[in-house]
Design a protein around this ligand. Sequence first.
Ligand code: DQA
Length: 144
Amino acid sequence: MRIAVIHGTNLRLLGSREPEVYGTDTLDDVNLHLGEVATELGVDLETFQSNHVGEILDFIEEAAARVDGFIINPGALTHTSIALLDAFLGVGRPFVEVHLSNTQGRESYRRHSYLAGSASGVVLGFGVHSYLLGLRGLVARLGG
Ligand code: DQA
């Protein structure tokens, strides 16, 4: 089984970006922890980060041919991008939406997600553990 993890906009800044909201783990830390869980579960993992929606759409199209599913933290694209939703619907691969913060308890504009209704599951509010729980959930859903 192979899973792709996508980090969307502004997530390269993790570690220094609003640590009171997003914690102090860097993106490398997040990817390291994901790799540990992937090893435990016996799945192959690849990670990708971009601040550009077009690059993320291209990645989803290309990666869909080689992966069984996606974990995505879309960042602010969660709340704005129908194109991102359409990319996942277009490739027909299951995906899990994850957020470090509890977006439901923050500003009202963060409460709506274009992706959530089509996701296999959504995990929010657990910092880096949102990614790890999302990975475990997706692998279980895929029968791993
Ligand atoms: C986020 C929540 C989004 O609302 C925000 O725009 C982000 C990070 C999270 O992981 O909590 O960039 O996706």
